[in-house]
Structures are given as C-alpha cells and as structure tokens.
Write a protein that binds this ligand. Structure first.
Ligand SMILES: Cc1cc2nc3c(=O)[nH]c(=O)nc-3n(C[C@H](O)[C@H](O)[C@H](O)COP(=O)(O)OP(=O)(O)OC[C@H]3O[C@@H](n4cnc5c(N)ncnc54)[C@H](O)[C@@H]3O)c2cc1C
Ligand SMILES: NC(=O)c1ccc[n+]([C@@H]2O[C@H](COP(=O)([O-])OP(=O)(O)OC[C@H]3O[C@@H](n4cnc5c(N)ncnc54)[C@H](OP(=O)(O)O)[C@@H]3O)[C@@H](O)[C@H]2O)c1
Length: 427
C-alpha cells in the first residue's frame, strides 16, 4: 500500500518537541513524516545536553527509539526544510501534507551588532555546544579557546560552556559577564556544582561588594544573592584544572578589539545600573567603559529562530496568529498560515528544559489535530514523498538507517567509550 486515507502531517525537526509531538499525532490517528536536518533524532537533547550526562541522554534516547518505532511515523534525516532548504513549505503542501508542524528549534543566532563580532575568537554558544557534542558539520569547525575566555550571560548555557572550558579545555580564566546583578542569575544550582570548585570566591565577594549599592537601590539583597550562587558548594565536584572562574556583574559587552591578524585581544564592557521595570529590573548603561584582555568571547545569551526558514520573524520569534483558533492556556501555536503550526523552541526560542519542550510539542500536536478535524482526511502518499526525496540526489537517512548507525556505534564501542576519553569521566 503506498497511499492511505488518513490525515497526513509533516513535522519539521526531530528534537524533543518534534518527536513527542509526532507521537501524539500518530496516537491520534495521523500519518506523520518527520523531517530532520540532522542525521540522528534528538535535537539539543542529543547535541546540546552536556555530553557526560549519560543517564539523562540514555533515558531520552530510549524514549526517542520507541517513538521512531511507531508504524505510522516515517523519518527522513539529513533533510532540511525551508526557503533555502531541500524542500520548501510549498513542496510539502504539493506532496499532500495537510498540516505542517514546525519544531525546528531556535537555529538562528542573536547577533547584537557589536563592532568586532567577526573577529577570530568571538563565538556563539550554540556553535561551541554543537562542536563539543560532535554534531556534523559543526564538529569539523575549529575554535580558538585562549587562556582568558569571557562568556556572556548567566544562564545554564553559560555554565555548560564554563564547565567545558574549566574541565575539558582547562583554560587559565573564565569570566562570566552578566548584564544584571548577582540576584538575577538564571542558572541552576545543579549546573553550578560542576564548576564551583573553580570559582574564585574572594573575587565573588569583592564583586558582590562592588555592586551591592546598585542592587540594594532596587530592593535586592546582596547576601541572599551570594548565598544563592554559593548554594552549589556542598555538592561541588572536585576541580580538575587550575582554571579561575569569576563573575563580572552589571556589565555589557559593547565592542571587541583584535590584532592585525583579526584575532580577538580585548572586549570592552560598559558598566550598568539596574532600573525597576514592571516588577522586574532592566540593565541600563552608565557610559563608564573598561576593557578586559581576552582571547575568546562566547555569547551565551539565548538564540533566535531561523529567519531564513521562510516564515515571518519578529524579534527572536516566528510571527504567531494573534487570534488563534485553537489556543491552549491562552497560547497561540499557530502561524498566520492556516496549515502551519509551531511547537517547542520554534514557538518560544531558548525557553525551558526538555520536559517543557516535550509538553509544548504535545500541545502543538493537539492543536494540529483540532485543525485537521475541520478538514476531510486526504491521501497519505508516502511513495510520492520517497520519490521526491530521491530526486534531491543526497543521502536521506531513514529510521532503519538510524538503528543501523546506533548498532554500529555500539559495536565499535565508540558511542560509549570515545566520548568519555574526549570529555573526561562520567558524572
Ligand atoms: C547547551 C544546552 C544544554 C541543555 N541542557 C539541558 C539539560 O541538561 N537538561 C534539559 O532538560 N534541557 C537542556 N537543554 C534544553 C533542551 O535541550 C531544550 O529544551 C530542547 O531540546 C528543545 O527542544 P526542541 O525540540 O524545541 O528543539 P531542538 O532540540 O533544538 O530540536 C530541533 C530539531 O530540528 C531540526 N531542524 C532544525 N532546523 C531544521 C530545518 N530547517 N529542517 C528540518 N529540521 C530542522 C534539528 O536538526 C533538531 O533535530 C539544553 C539546551 C542547550 C542549548
Ligand atoms: N543543564 C541544564 O539543565 C540546561 C543547560 C543549558 C540550557 N538549559 C535551558 O535552556 C534554556 C536556555 O538557556 P540559556 O542559558 O540560553 O538562556 P537563559 O537562561 O535565558 O539565560 C540567558 C542569559 O543571557 C543574558 N542575556 C540575554 N540577552 C542578553 C544581551 N543582549 N546582552 C547580555 N546578556 C544577555 C540573560 O540576561 P537577563 O537575565 O538580563 O535577560 C541571561 O543571563 C533555559 O531554559 C535553560 O535552563 C538547561
């Protein structure tokens, strides 16, 4: 049988949102084609989560394998969808897909437009994370991790990068540059445990003392902030390098300077104060500027969606239908096109853990299903999809190929063994 009388849905992106969304749609009765840019499924759960988190990654892989085994789900890896991709949204419509669920994550880069962003040694976290997680083709890139590295941001991604620089690259100094104060760091205690033994506590105390009057002016408690940051100490993982990890609070990068060979030598920071804003605070530049000598700057400030995808983007997000037909908890999962929907980080860039992306993908699938109930089921012509993909003249990875790849990795034992050799012991 090549065509069945069924709702036919394309899901774009096999990260947690796409995989769990696809499962929901299959369980509801749809025939689903899951298109994925990467060869293997998993998205950031495979290529973002820190490589040594074997238990978490292993548990997720097991769930992903079960989804990949669903009979009404076809997987097409190494296929990029988008206006500059292998297939466009109109190609998918022409193949008979009645709804398109975009769960392609947040693949764009949030450039701030600062002078010097193009210098060698200036990177965005996603590229570094994909690199050390071995995602082709990012795994082939080379990076200049110097002795002194500034990481911009105070989220868990900043800590993952600090973790890599302290425990794997073993640079001399990692400086987290944070635009607001110590009371507004966004990272979790658990992630801090990996690097807190490298933290220069005297420098932290001096820094908190320096910014205390500014944060007190907006009602924040410097002692409570200090206690929050040091909360990871009881479970600190013993350090494996002499890397000095420290914070620069209330500072924003404004430009980067390089040498005659275009290599980064300094980042200029502007000091900030905090201003109250709708129950929160905002960083405001004071005009006071100073420079740090660094060979590497890594922006860990979140990502934006891919604005070359072919759907309108505003700020960091795809434009949504502001009057959704099928809202869930007041949230729009809908694009301005009636047949295109969003889930996971494609709906809200860089927000939340795998569990949140999973729930969001499932909600998005429910919305797609509600939309499909307003239509008659069509012909799910899987053979037409296969023919179209063959015409691309590139290798397309099917679910049996993923199984074979995983099996080969197991047999060679590099899946399990090579990464620990490269990345240090498991924890
Ligand atoms: C560095 C880092 C570490 C993290 N660590 C943790 C952690 O330890 N624990 C935790 O719970 N959460 C962690 N997270 C968060 C978690 O990874 C995300 O919540 C989750 O992966 C988002 O899922 P998603 O499916 O929306 O997007 P993604 O996981 O980004 O998946 C997107 C998928 O879409 C595919 N794709 C992209 N563009 C296209 C296209 N044009 N066509 C076809 N396919 C496309 C990609 O190949 C990918 O497979 C981490 C995130 C980062 C950035
Ligand atoms: N191990 C884990 O569990 C893990 C690991 C990685 C990621 N994640 C999750 O993935 C999601 C994304 O993480 P993330 O770290 O990318 O995002 P995040 O938690 O939102 O942190 C982003 C940081 O960048 C700062 N920032 C944003 N724009 C900036 C700018 N223009 N200039 C200077 N600083 C700027 C933010 O400061 P403000 O606060 O001032 O906005 C914030 O400190 C989060 O939900 C995170 O928990 C989890």
């Amino acid at each position: 049988m090549t065509a069945s009388h069924q709702y036919f849905v394309a899901v774009i992106g096999a990260g947690p949102a796409g995989l769990f969304g696809a499962r929901e749609l299959v369980n509801l009765g749809a025939r689903v084609a899951l298109f994925n840019r990467d060869i293997k499924p998993g998205g950031l759960a495979e290529y973002g989560i820190y490589p040594n988190k074997y238990t978490m990654k292993g548990g997720l892989r097991k769930q992903f394998r079960q989804i990949m085994d669903l009979p009404n789900l076809d997987y097409y890896g190494n296929v990029t969808i988008g206006s500059q991709g292998d297939l466009t949204l109109d190609d998918l419509r022409a193949l008979g897909f009645q709804a398109i669920l975009v769960t392609a994550g947040a693949q764009g880069t949030k450039w701030l437009g600062l002078p010097g962003e193009n210098l060698e040694g200036v990177y965005h976290a996603k590229d570094v994370v994909y690199y050390y997680n071995g995602l082709p083709p990012y795994s082939q890139n080379s990076f200049r991790f110097g002795k002194r590295c500034a990481v911009i941001g105070a989220g868990n991604v900043m800590l993952d990068i600090a973790h890599y620089l302290c425990r794997e690259v073993k640079v001399d100094e990692v400086i987290a540059v944070v635009r607001r104060g110590p009371a507004e760091v966004k990272f979790d205690k658990k992630e801090m445990e990996y690097v807190i033994d490298n933290l220069d506590q005297a420098a932290l105390d001096a820094e908190i003392q320096r910014v205390a009057p500014i944060i007190q002016a907006v009602g924040q408690d410097p002692e409570a902030a200090r206690a929050l940051i040091l909360g990871a100490l009881p479970k600190a993982l013993p350090k494996v390098s002499d890397t000095r990890f420290r914070f620069e609070f209330l500072a924003s990068p404004v430009q980067m300077f390089g040498d005659s060979e275009n290599r980064l030598t300094q980042v200029e920071l502007e000091d900030n104060i905090l201003v109250a804003s709708n129950g929160d605070t905002k960083a405001k530049g004071t005009g006071n500027k100073r420079r740090l000598d660094v060979e590497t700057v890594i922006f860990a400030i979140g990502d934006k969606v891919d604005d070359s995808f072919g759907l309108p983007v505003e700020w960091n997000e795809f434009v949504k239908n502001q009057s959704p037909r099928f809202p869930i908890d007041g949230i729009s999962y809908e694009s301005p096109h009636e047949d295109v929907f969003f889930g996971g980080w494609s709906r809200k860039a860089s927000s939340g853990l795998v569990g949140i992306a999973r729930k969001d993908g499932i909600n998005a699938a429910k919305v797609v299903w509600q939309y499909l109930q307003t239509k008659q089921p069509g012909e799910a012509n899987v053979e037409a999809v296969a023919t179209k993909l063959k015409s691309l003249g590139k290798p397309v990875v099917l679910k049996e190929d993923v199984k074979k790849l995983e099996q080969e990795h197991f047999e060679k034992a590099d899946y399990i063994l090579a990464i620990p050799q490269r990345m240090g012991k498991s924890y």
